[in-house]
Design a protein around this ligand. Structure first.
Ligand code: ADP
Ligand code: MG
Length: 634
């Protein structure tokens, strides 16, 4: 490392998010300090993958050194640990971009969430992926010397105390790649020890595809250490996915997951498969245990890592899975794709298509098995990823039935907002002559559970699925039947429960309906075109009236969803249904004065709208009707 006079030296401030990250990380990850080695070795391995990929089209990039590897050495007298690689390296711009900022979009929101929930910081921050900056858990200062294989510059040096700023200057580094030099704090000195390093690397980096070396002292014939040193390889350096399933332990899969996913926690489940024949590939697919902090962010990069014949090609190959499975991590290693494959080529390529459909099937059946074998774990999955899975039926027509089987809801049968009811479980519990799957969509669990539409279902002991996620109404546009059973919204006018009534009762209802006709006509007269229709209903028990929509009309939740997204939505025209057996309705029916009658209609209609939409169209008209009625009370 020949030093020349410092050129082009400047001091720059970290992006404020980096400062926050550094601060939180040092305080919350302290008990887990050894992970810095995993992160640095993982970066070195990524850098080697990138070099190998670039060299496919430009072998000169190897500059005579094709033996890619990571080298760790330490010096007790200076208290430094150095992690070196001969990978792709970084240019000055790369360094400023990657070691001074956090590029992930939504980072600012993420940090604002962190301060609000202090106690969970260490978990959350791990989820964020601390990466390079984790060096500061053990180091009081970090120096990075790097030379890019892709630029003509002879190298740059970055140096920081991990506080507000860093310096960057041009230096002379002999060969391409990156040296990360950690100036250890007192608490980091345990890593200036060959055995400690071997232990940590064995735990975290055995699965890395390139060799990891530690500098060791050569021993003389008597087994005594000499001053001479040599590099000793201490990992297997065989890419994990190419090994036999039967030789791999759960911990190895778990550690590999952390490398590919940049996640901190163990995965929930995984599936490792080697397929030969028409398609020739290996896939290793993981379901995380926690949703990433930015899962709902549309710009979020997602997808699997793609390898071709063991060579890393790209991260986030989103062509390999449909978007509703964007939470799946892992990789596909194909023997059928060309090495020079690009995102554009991937886009519409026969091989990609069959890989995509195979990976999708693999994930779905992995989830099916989990649902069958471990309800508790499946529930964890559903809590984290249920919302995304609900995008499935719309996106993936071919697998609609399978996805539907994986959906979970709450229902009138379970006394909790937890979504635990599968459609199959619902069908098993259906009444003898029940043909349809009844469901109700609402704004919240409380609103759903107390909906007047449910009265007759509670009374008749018929289960109703309660859908309270915003996406549900939209989902129901794509979910029309399951296992041959049609879905029926219970707030739609087409609902007919007469088959659950006895004949005698039906006759009586016909009579009441006749008697009630004039009330209906007067109500219609009063409301005019504010409603689509006015009807008598026998579906209600204690509630005086409700509004419903026609089968083919847009439901309330859907309309709200579209309105919230800023779209022009035609006004929903409701059908007003009145319960003739209700006491208030009876008083209204007895009212001869048309003006007072109108006030009653106003109040009952307003109430029905409040229950359905959470709002009335003209609050002052509604309140004035109430007040006038109240004023008449003696
Ligand atoms: P991540 O690995 O998740 O991208 P890191 O914080 O670990 O995040 O690293 C940030 C970036 O810095 C990497 O994406 C890479 O571009 C660059 N980088 C880090 N270490 C190295 C290295 N040894 N060689 C080349 N580039 C590196
Ligand atoms: Mg990293």
């Amino acid at each position: 490392m020949s030093e020349t006079a410092t050129i082009n030296k400047e001091t720059r401030g970290f992006q404020s998010e980096v400062k926050q990250l550094l601060h939180l990380m040092i305080n919350s990850l302290y008990s887990n300090k050894e992970i810095f080695l995993r992160e640095l070795i993982s970066n070195a391995s990524d850098a080697s993958d990138k070099l190998r990929f670039q060299a496919l089209s430009n072998p000169d990039l190897y500059q005579g050194d094709v033996d890619l590897g990571v080298r760790l050495s330490f010096d007790e007298t200076t208290s430094t640990l150095t992690v070196s690689d001969n990978g792709i390296g970084m240019s000055r711009d790369d360094v400023i971009e990657h070691l001074g900022t956090i590029a992930k979009s939504g980072t600012a929101e993420f940090f604002s969430k962190l301060s609000a929930e202090q106690s969970k910081d260490s978990q959350l921050i791990g989820q964020f992926g601390v990466g390079f900056y984790s060096a500061f858990i053990v180091a009081k200062a970090v120096t990075v010397r790097t030379r890019s294989a892709l630029s003509s510059s002879s190298g740059v040096q970055w140096h920081s105390l991990g506080e507000g700023e860093y310096t960057i200057e041009d230096v002379n580094k002999k060969s391409r790649g990156t040296d990360i030099i950690l100036h250890m704090r007192e608490e980091g000195k345990e890593f200036l020890n060959e055995w400690r390093l071997r232990e940590v690397i064995g735990k975290y980096s055995d699965h890395i595809g390139i060799p990891v070396f530690v500098m060791t002292k050569v021993k003389d014939e008597k087994g005594k250490e000499t001053e001479e040193t040599k590099w000793e390889q201490i990992n297997k350096a065989k890419a994990l996915w190419t090994r036999n399933k039967s030789d791999l332990k759960a911990e190895e899969y778990q550690e590999f997951y952390k490398h590919v996913s940049h996640d901190f926690a163990d995965p929930l489940i995984w599936s490792h498969n080697r397929v030969e024949g028409k398609n020739d590939y290996i896939s290793l697919l993981y379901i995380p245990a926690k949703a990433p902090w930015d899962m709902m962010n549309r710009d979020r990069k997602s997808g699997l890592k793609l390898y071709v014949q063991r060579v890393f090609i790209m991260d986030d190959a989103d062509q390999l899975l449909p978007s509703y499975l964007r939470f799946v991590r892992g990789l596909v290693d194909s023997n059928d794709l060309p090495l020079n494959v690009s995102r554009e080529i991937l886009q519409d390529n026969k091989v990609t298509q069959s890989l995509r459909s195979a990976c999708t099937k693999r994930v779905l059946s992995m989830l099916e098995n989990l649902a069958k074998s471990n309800t508790e774990k499946y529930q964890i999955f559903w809590k984290e990823f249920g919302l995304v899975m609900k995008e499935g039926p719309a996106e993936d027509f071919a697998n609609k039935e399978k996805i539907s089987g994986l959906l979970r809801f709450t229902s009138t049968q379970v006394d909790s907002s937890d979504q635990t009811v599968s459609l199959s479980a619902y069908i098993e519990r259906m009444k003898e002559d029940q043909e349809k799957i009844y469901y109700l969509t609402a704004d919240s669990y409380a609103a759903a559970k107390n909906s007047p539409h449910l009265e007759q279902f509670y009374a008749k002991g018929i289960e109703v699925i309660l859908m309270v996620d915003r996406i549900d109404e939209w989902l129901m546009n794509y979910l029309t039947e399951f296992n041959g059973k049609k879905f029926q919204s219970i707030t739609k006018a087409g609902l007919d429960l007469s088959k659950f009534e006895d004949k005698e009762k039906e006759e009586k209802q016909k009579e009441t309906e006749e008697e009630f006709r004039s009330v209906i006509d007067r109500t219609k007269e009063y409301l005019g075109d504010r409603v689509k229709e006015v009807r008598t209903t026998f579906k209600l028990l204690t509630t005086p009236a409700v509004v419903v929509t026609d089968d083919f009309e847009m439901g309330t939740q859907m309309a709200k969803l579209l309105e919230a997204s800023g779209q022009d939505v035609p006004k929903v025209k409701y059908i007003f249904e009145i319960n003739p057996k209700n006491e208030l309705v009876k008083r209204m029916a007895d009212e001869a004065d048309e003006e007072v009658f109108g006030r009653w209609v106003e109040v009952l209609f307003g109430q029905a709208m409040l229950t359905e939409r959470g709002s009335v169209e003209d609050p002052s008209q509604f309140l004035s009707a109430i007040n006038k009625l109240l004023a008449e009370v003696e």
